[in-house]
Write a protein that binds this ligand. Structure first.
Ligand code: SIN
Ligand code: CO
Length: 391
């Protein structure tokens, strides 16, 4: 049996193959005890501590804020912010906790039936009783894992793109929210709710220790994809590639845009875009773009290949927490994509380096590893952990 056909507690005893065929991107699934005996990877004070750090994306949502309903403020916060908050009806949301807390990042290991490059980030929220962000829709697949305390989730079904939202506030809250039948549950620690994109949902804390972990999976919109691919391709197109109408018939009406002209333009655009080799290179780059580019810290001064080999004998290399790795082989040529760049190498090397386990000196037995690893260390995508960041 391949691992795709093994029933998982994580998926309520469905196999990954069944979950993908019946639920993924299609309909919600409630899984009681997805993570049996789950212990939260951090406590609310530690989450608040992260929200006070510079460079960490954090939001506070107050249903009855001092400046109006559904007030949203952005971090970094300070102790005084938390001291002035009421006992109820607010939420603290911290993005990309997987970048800062290794045990949060390792939650993803349980989801290895999904392409890793589809993950956006792992967000964690804390809320006292009554805290919520209002009924809303996300354009994300999300696994909502209850980490501690209790949250009541209510679902309102698939919402149309133009579902009306409340105006005049900084949150996208639905004006109307009707709870579907059999879609009202209280989740306890270790319970998990999967939601496909576009599904209306409302989660309200029921306890004073409610923490919810959202594992969010991104799918680029057609708008983002077309714009980004056109930009990538555009940089490489010669100026002589343009609309041309050699051999056209004389114009009947000089003001008219005729069908032949439109068809020439359509062909120019479609033939230019329809380039599988370029699309492959663009897709690998865009899907490994880091969420926060500033978090990549290049090695300074850059290492030489010889220094890399020496250092790798002493300690393994780790993947930088916000770095993204993926690979692909086209016509026998493999590209390893890392943090928005492409590196040509053997497939064996690409697979090994893209695997999230730390890299020890054995990797140097693979051809060209030395040069590739040096480039990745210098870019900041691989690094040596200091003894005190190890868990
Ligand atoms: C939350 O954790 O408060 C909200 C998560 C969500 O609804 O996407
Ligand atoms: Co949501």
């Amino acid at each position: 049996m391949s691992h795709r056909d093994t029933p998982l507690t994580l998926l309520g005893d469905l196999t990954p193959a069944e979950f993908m065929a019946e639920y993924w991107q299609q309909k919600p699934l409630l899984i009681r005890g997805a993570f049996p005996d789950f212990l939260p990877p951090l406590d609310p004070d530690e989450l608040a501590g992260l929200a006070c750090e510079e460079g960490i994306e954090a939001r506070l949502v107050e249903e009855n804020g001092p400046d109006g309903p559904w007030q949203v403020s952005h971090g970094p916060f300070d102790e005084a912010t938390f001291e002035r908050l009421p006992e109820e009806n607010w939420s603290l949301l911290v993005q990309a906790v997987d970048h800062y807390v290794p045990s949060v990042a390792s939650l993803m290991e349980a989801f290895d039936f999904l392409p890793r490059w589809r993950l956006d980030d792992i967000m964690i929220s804390y809320a006292p009783p009554g805290g919520s962000v209002g009924p809303h829709v996300d354009q994300y697949d999300v696994f909502l894992l209850q980490a501690s305390g209790e949250r009541r989730w209510q679902l309102g079904g698939k919402a149309p793109d133009d579902a009306p939202i409340i105006s005049g506030i900084d949150l996208r809250i639905l004006q109307t929210f009707e709870i579907e039948a059999d879609s009202d549950w209280v989740l306890e620690p270790g319970d998990m709710l999967y939601l496909p994109p576009g599904w209306a949902h409302h989660g309200v804390s029921q306890s004073d220790d409610c923490m919810t972990i959202s594992l969010g999976f991104r799918a680029p919109s057609a708008d983002e994809a077309i714009t980004s691919y056109a930009d990538y391709l555009g940089e490489q197109l010669p100026p002589s590639r343009r609309y041309h109408d050699a051999g056209m018939a004389p114009a009947e009406d000089a003001s008219k845009i005729d069908d032949a002209a439109l068809e020439r333009m359509r062909r120019l655009i479609l033939d230019t875009l329809d380039d599988p080799a370029q699309m492959s290179q663009w897709f690998g780059r865009v899907m490994t773009q880091p969420k926060y580019v500033d978090q990549l810290i290049p090695h300074d001064p850059p290492l030489t290949d010889a220094e890399l080999v020496a250092a790798l004998q002493d300690a393994p290399l780790h993947h930088a927490p916000g770095s993204r790795f993926a690979w692909r082989t086209d016509n026998g040529v493999t590209t390893l994509f890392v943090d928005g760049d492409g590196y040509t190498c053997t497939q064996a090397l690409a697979q090994r380096v893209a695997d999230p386990s730390p890299l020890n000196s054995d990797v140097l037995n693979l051809p060209d590893a030395n040069d590739l690893l040096t480039q990745l260390v210098n870019a900041g995508s691989l690094y040596w952990q200091l003894a005190d960041d190890e868990e």
